[in-house]
Design a protein around this ligand. Sequence first.
Ligand SMILES: [Zn+2]
Length: 64
Amino acid sequence: MAKQKGSRIIIHLECTTCRTNTDKRSEGVSRYTTVKNRRNTPTRLEIKKFCPHCNSHTVHKETK
Ligand SMILES: [Zn+2]
C-alpha cells in the first residue's frame, strides 16, 4: 500500500467554455479528473485540455 501524506488530492476540472458556448455540438460539460499537490498548487488549477463538447482545446478550471 502506498503511503498517503494528504498533500495530493483528487480534483475535478471543468470546461469553462461549455458554460457560455451555445454553438457547441452536444449538450454537457467536459470534465476531467486528476490529482494535484496542494503544497505546490494552493490556487485553483487551470489546464488546457481537449473538450469533446466544444470540439476544441479549452481552459479547464478546477471545481470544488
Ligand atoms: Zn467545452
